[in-house]
Design a protein around this ligand. Sequence first.
Ligand code: GLN
Length: 538
Amino acid sequence: MPKTKFIFVTGGVASSLGKGIISSSIAKLLVSRSFSVAIQKLDPYINIDPGTLNPYEHGECFVTDDGAETDLDLGHYERFTSIPTSQANNVTTGVIYQSVINKERKGEYLGETVQVIPHVTDEIKHRIKMLANEGNFDFMITEIGGTVGDIESLPFIESVRQLRWELGSSSLVVHLTLVPYLASAGELKTKPTQHSVKLLQEQGVQPDIIVCRTEKHLNEGLRNKIALFCNVTPSCVIECIDAKTIYDVPILMKEENLDQEILRMTDMENDKVPDLESWEKFLDKLKNPIHEVNIGLIGKYVELRDAYKSINESFTHAGTANECKVNITSIHSEFIDEDNVKEKFAGLDGILVAPGFGERGVEGKITAVRFARENNIPFLGICLGMQCAVIEFGRNVLGYKGAHSTEFDASTPYPVIDMMEEQKKISGLGGTMRLGAYPCRLVKDSTIHKIYGKEKISERHRHRYEFNNKFKEVYTQAGMIPAGINDKDNLVEIIELKGHPWFAGVQFHPEFKSTVTNPHPIFVSFIKAAIDHASEAK
Ligand code: GLN
């Protein structure tokens, strides 16, 4: 039975340095040496999960197979390693406190005064060890959200301190910091790194490896300086220089021997050679595209880089599979109307209408679908995007004036999208949607069936509304074909359009299952259609 080695990843100096990418890169390197690995994210906020968080606050909410609404870093973990994550891979302060308070109410603490130490820290440690034990992993990587020094991350850092003490050389701490370049002085500065390590030390944690985000190379003198001030060996000062793509980072980390340092310090040294051949091939294709397409991403959070993270990454994977550079033009759906759509969409080879909640921007999305349908531009509608395609077809092809989803118009004469029966009884918001993986049967001879090359698929969902089966017959007759069905609940999960070069609406989120090694077939086919469109347009 392997004894799990624990790697804790903390961050200092500033947020958004990319702890998720570093954690994913470490995982990738270890997996490529045939170790079994799990990655987990501990988030210090009090929400139970990011499901109720506004994307403006926290970016995309990533959904796992078991229906957990999680931090977007879990998307990176899956995209880098192709190892599926679950509820246990994302734990928030809210979850920890909820569990502690529930235990207290049940009397499980036998009258003790319930405190941050040991009760809250015990609960945190339990969540870390539980995941490690469940899978008997060689390595368990735990990323601590937030920045060292934040009040709310204190119990998590304290748990790391206790675990380091318990686990000894079976654990180590990787601390990610920033080494800023001061243009006026023409120098890289190590002081912020020194201070953030001091802060960590004040909390009883000595980092073993320091990964330095930097825009310029660290010279030997600088590495020695950081090593001297921070109690680490110079070989454990790892440069993480700004990269062209996040997918370069595992290779950069390998060049810096990050994986070897980890193996050395956890007594896991071996003579296996990391197998990164397919990763390198992917990078090579990514950087040397033959084709180029312009895709319009129509959503209402388009000014936010992280709001459609998985969709953007899926385009990178699918573009690479097609040796194609995918230029994504984000178009704000709130400002699209019949008068400006032609001008706004000029030069697009494909149109993706994004998922979403709430009425803002929905009419613009419907206009976008119409434009794609009438102009034979490849179209992919995801979740709300599919629902908009159904509404648009109702209004403009079937002549259903005022057709809508009951999410936006409860008294529409044509409720072509309606709330699912089981959703009607629910009043709370958190974790109450149709969430996670559901099976779907693809209708034989449909385009989507050919795309997947199989009949049975499983995809992840996050929604309350559905295609209204009362309209199924009429839609089918008129050319909008249900091509994917959930047989158990008789739900239409996919629609396609007869006579259109490429038109698909999916009620699920294919973007949550696209990885570097397994680009999603829907995205791959969509990009291929966009390439065809681009070459016809020439
Ligand atoms: N708001 C829609 C629903 O709840 C679509 C959700 C989504 O796009 N994820 O069904």
